[in-house]
Design a protein. Structure first.
Length: 716
């Protein structure tokens, strides 16, 4: 689906959008089944390394966000203490190698004097030995302390940011949330690398870098101090360390030389394989998979597709990593190994020149080499697999920018309604030349639609599938804004009204209603959060929606979770297998003891689900002590999954509930309801084709009359 969307965009070419076909601006690389498009930075000054400069500039640009993150972390309860403790432990930890190096130096000097003079200063020896042992113990204790501090610190930070992201996400409206750019942004905020939070990963990386610097500086200064008296010592030390720095620098190459890139695949087989995987993996498809005998077919198809794609099939990030490793045969990488030999070669040359210094420098060389190796492995651990600091900081920026994502449906300023009394007799709504296209759709869902529903009227919108009925209801509740034209509510432009006010005066049952992964009682209660704590009101709403009877029959009644959002964990042995001593693995004991349920889905029927959804809208119309704030009720095909008796009962209750409020139904059935309507809008082909009362429309003898006669005959 994504692939086709991108392909569509490619042929269309809108100004200002990223166009993968424009060869001047975009570099194309094939990585397995993926096409990587990177933007040439033609607007950059033609200085070598300017693109790297831009990468570093990213760090500076993200700095305000990183500082804000630090402030936020420090504001979390306990984090002040934990973070300080963490830093102290880290600093001590990075000093241990230098101290231990100093003792190694002392030990070497001891050996040297021993060789020269054939005597050993035992007090110094004991001192050095004790020092070295103390170092190893200290390092173990520090490691323990670090693990004790890290866990609660990580958890608190994670929890804080979970709340932060939750709030930023909950406020987004439909068109913004459905936008693929927003979706990508949200995805990266929830699923940070290594399963930890972006914030914590950043703290770790930043301290890691600082600590590496501390380690480097402290080890280097000790080394210089130890080798000061030897003429070649500093030279060899510098050689060794520059070699490890060079290794680090040359290994750190990525496939991406641009900040702006996108990757897509057009490989039919790969796309098909993903589709087949979903088909087999996702529960909703299982029924059809089984009933259609599809297992044999999908398996062959999958294997054949997989064979055709071969090694090229894979996740983009996985492949791009492999690609960058494969490509790393550069001059730098060829020079890397000989450079490692350089200190030895220099040492040999010097030894030939001045044979007298050999024993001294030999010992020192070992010392230097050891340190250099340990140092470069630290560097690798830090940078080898992880992101660069720039990318990490950019992640922090992304994290904070979620709260700045502007909603596409812009809030109005005027309060609504002016007085609560006016709600009792309903709200009027008028469409004036309204046209609407769903974001990204080519076709108009509504085209030049105009009508007026007066306050207190009962309006029924009828029409076939896809004629635009649901779209009208979505525009009234400003789920979307019209592409052209205006909507008036009580003769005021809907865009000028405060969104929260507008929505609190509407009660809507969507056609594609959903159920929240919460308890049944909460599913109903959320129709009216102000009354959510009132169990009697919830029960009342369930009764009006015709749901109380079946809810009471459920083992957990109103507390039943429709779909348990948390999966239980079980050990790896599958139920029914045998252990070494022939015992059959059976989970019923642990399940029973822990009160775990055997199945996770509740299995309500479509009609029962619909009754729950209807109960939620009734909940919204229930009033507390004050008058209900709802002035218009919108129902999108409310009886689609109900049997005829249930439908009749529902309409009776809705009519009572309504009082004299405005009510709009949509329906693809022509029946019962249309005869009571004050206004019928007959929709076809994204437009209102006929409007009037039932009698008007029958007299007119148009499409409505034709279909009515067709359906009525079938019923009578
Ligand atoms: N979320 C959406 N994105 C793109 N197109 C949509 C979306 N929802 C509906 N449409 C299209 O808009 C048109 C009108 O849909 P809708 O108002 O749901 O029709 P109805 O409710 O009368 O069956 C249809 O052609 C449908 O394909
Ligand atoms: Mg619909």
């Amino acid at each position: 689906m994504i692939a086709t969307r991108i392909r569509g965009r490619r042929t269309k070419r809108r100004p200002g959008t990223f166009d993968p076909n424009d060869a001047h601006r975009v570099k194309h690389t094939r990585i397995g089944v993926w096409d990587l498009y990177q933007e040439h930075q033609t607007d950059l000054p033609p200085i070598p390394g300017s693109s790297r400069l831009e990468t570093y500039a990213q760090i500076i640009q993200s700095m305000p966000y990183v500082i804000r993150m630090l402030k936020d972390i420090l504001s979390i309860r306990r984090c002040w203490v934990l973070l300080s403790a963490f830093l102290v432990v880290e600093v001590l930890n990075s000093l241990v190698p230098a101290v231990s190096l100093w003792y190694s130096g002392q030990l070497l000097r001891l050996v040297e004097t021993a060789i020269e003079t054939r005597t050993v200063d035992t007090t110094v020896l004991i001192h050095v030995a004790a020092g070295r042992i103390a170092c190893t113990i200290a390092s173990r204790i520090l490691q323990y302390a670090k693990s004790r501090i890290t866990f609660p610190l990580n958890m608190s930070i994670k929890q804080f940011y979970a709340g932060h992201i939750f709030r930023s996400m909950a406020r987004l409206d439909v068109p913004t949330f459905e936008d693929s750019i927003t979706q990508r942004q949200l995805q990266s905020a929830w699923t940070a690398p290594w399963g930890s939070s972006v914030a914590w990963a950043t703290v770790q990386m930043a301290t890691g870098i600082v600590m590496t610097v501390i380690r480097l500086v402290s080890q280097l200064s000790v080394l210089f101090a130890v080798l000061r008296e030897q003429q070649d010592g500093p030279l060899l030390a510098v050689l060794s360390f520059s070699q490890s720095l060079f290794t680090w620098y040359s290994a750190r190459k990525s496939v991406f030389d641009s900040l702006v890139w996108a990757a897509t695949t057009t490989n039919e087989d790969y796309i098909r394989m993903q589709g087949l995987k979903h088909l087999v993996n996702d529960p909703p498809h299982r029924k059809e998979l089984v009933a259609g005998n599809l297992d044999e077919y999908v398996t062959t198809q999958f294997c054949e597709a997989s064979q055709r794609v071969g090694d090229d099939a894979g996740d983009f990030h996985e492949l791009s990593r492999a690609h960058s490793i494969k490509d790393s045969l550069s001059i730098a990488s060829i020079l890397r190994e000989p450079l490692r030999e350089l200190p030895q070669i220099v040492f040999t040359l010097r030894a030939v020149q001045k044979p007298m210094t050999i024993p001294l420098s030999l010992a020192s060389l070992t010392l230097i080499n050891q340190t250099a190796t340990s140092f470069s492995s630290t560097l690798f651990a830090l940078f080898g697999e992880s992101f660069s600091l720039g990318e990490q900081f950019a992640e922090v920026r992304k994290l904070y920018e979620i709260e700045n994502v502007p909603n596409k449906v812009v809030d109005g300023k005027e309060p609504f309604p002016e007085n609560q009394q006016s709600l009792r007799s309903g709200i009027s709504v008028e469409f004036k030349n309204v046209s609407f296209q769903y974001p990204g759709a080519e076709k108009y869902a509504l085209q030049n639609v105009s009508f007026k529903i007066e306050a207190g009227q009962l309006c029924v919108i009828v029409g076939g599938n896809g004629s635009g009925k649901s779209t009208i209801l979505k525009l009234i509740s400003r789920i979307y804004d019209p592409t052209e034209g205006t909507i008036l509510i009580d003769n005021r432009d809907i865009k000028t009204l405060k969104l929260a006010d507008l929505r609190s005066t509407l009660s809507i049952l969507f056609q594609d209603y959903t159920h929240f992964p919460l308890s049944i009682s909460e599913n109903i209660a959320l129709g009216n959060p102000a009354l959510a704590h009132d169990a009697d009101k919830v029960r009342e709403a369930a009764r009006l929606g015709g749901a109380d009877a079946f809810i009471d029959k459920l083992p957990e009644g109103f507390d039943t979770y429709l779909d348990r959002p948390v999966r239980d964990y079980y050990s790896d042995l599958p139920e029914g297998t045998k252990t070494l001593f022939g015992r059959t693995v059976n989970y019923s004991h642990v399940r029973g003891a822990g009160g775990l349920s055997g199945s996770e889905a509740s299995g309500l029927s479509g009609g029962q689900m619909q009754r729950l959804a209807v109960s939620r809208t009734f909940m919204r119309s229930l009033s507390s002590e004050t008058e209900s704030s709802v002035g218009m009720l919108l129902f999108d095909e409310p009886s689609a999954s109900l049997d005829p008796t249930a439908e009749h009962d529902l309409f009776e209750r809705l009519r009572k509930l309504r009082g004299s409020k405005t009510m709009i139904f949509s329906s693809h059935r022509f029946g019962n309801l249309t005869r009571h309507a004050d206004l019928i809008l007959y929709m076809d082909d994204s437009a209102v084709q006929e409007e009037g009362t039932h009698d008007d429309l029958l007299k007119r003898g148009g499409e409505y009359a034709r279909i009515w006669n067709l359906q009525a005959k079938a019923f009578i």
